[in-house]
Design a protein. Structure first.
Length: 303
């Protein structure tokens, strides 16, 4: 193809591209270059920043992934936690079962006739030849362990109920343990936010100081404030992204280990747990990284 033909094609292509698009593309190009220059100016400190963030994010990701597994174990234990309701001999078993099914937080009510209980007992131990002393029993399944006590107190008021019980201590310990794990995870998120924002803040401060004269000239030329801010914000976001990317390596090992624990105890692993951790990790890393840059800009750069 001749040079003349190439020139004609270029002119035709340019004629079909709105000038505003070209302007926007040039701005994006310049912002990208400014971001790269900002990272280059930081030099070897980049490695320290990214590895430090990767370590912080690894700790958070490992704890978060472990929290999901612990929650899964707690829910599985809660699924086998039932209230045993022993009825009076005069009570209408089906009517009481229907009333309990209508209670809030009750998922299932299973009727255990006293004849079945007696036959099972006689198969397990040698009992004397006597009338069946056992009552009809209801096994009540509650939706969540924390609601067991509420349902228990409601059933206790029923006139046809002789007695009832459940593993109250286990339920309380399960709920307490679950609350502790969630609290620790929340505290770690706060610590990750503080450390990440502090690291990025100090880094961007160095970049601003090294570019102080250049930024002043840009302002005198009438350059938009956002044109100055965006490369710095992107620099913080890139640090967060790269830190999260490196953190995936140890986190995959943590995930594999937890999956083996689930298999050993025959407890289903939480659905899409690893994908959830990865998504949250990148959102937090990029979000906190750009937030640290923005705070530094507001503090050290009057634009």
């Amino acid at each position: 193809m001749s040079d003349t033909a190439k020139s004609i094609i270029k002119k035709k292509v340019k004629a079909h591209i709105p000038k505003d698009w070209l302007k926007e593309l040039r701005i994006v190009y310049r912002i990208t270059l400014e971001t790269i220059y900002g990272i280059k100016r930081t030099g070897w400190i980049n490695l320290a920043i990214i590895t430090t963030m990767a370590a912080i994010l690894t700790i958070f990701g490992a704890l978060f992934r472990t929290t999901l597994s612990i929650t899964s174990f707690v829910q599985e234990l809660g699924n086998v936690l039932e209230i045993s309701v022993y009825l009076k001999s005069s009570a209408d078993t089906k009517q009481v079962a229907t009333e309990i099914r209508g209670l809030e937080h009750v998922e299932r009510v299973k009727i255990i006739p006293k004849e079945h209980s007696w036959e099972n007992l006689k198969r397990e131990i040698d009992v004397p030849n006597m009338d069946n002393p056992l009552p009809d029993t209801l096994h009540v399944k509650v939706d969540k362990p924390e609601n067991v006590n509420t349902v228990f107190n409601k059933i206790k008021t029923y006139s046809g109920v002789e007695d009832l019980n459940y593993a109250q201590d286990i339920a309380k310990k399960m709920q307490f343990f679950n609350n502790v794990v969630h609290t620790i995870t929340l505290v770690v998120v706060v610590l990750v936010a503080i450390l990440t924002i502090t690291i990025i803040n100090n880094t961007i401060q160095l970049v601003i100081q090294s570019r102080k004269e250049e930024i002043e000239i840009m302002r005198l030329m009438g350059v938009s404030n956002w044109y100055i801010k965006i490369p710095l914000i992107l620099q913080g976001a890139i640090y967060g992204f790269l830190g999260a990317l490196i953190a995936l390596i140890p986190l995959n090992a943590v995930n594999d280990g937890l999956l083996k624990v689930h298999e050993f105890f025959v407890v289903p692993a939480p659905l899409l747990a690893n994908n959830t951790v990865i998504l949250v990790l990148f959102v937090i890393a990029v979000g906190f990284g750009s937030s640290g840059s923005l705070l530094s800009i507001k503090k050290h750069l009057q634009v």
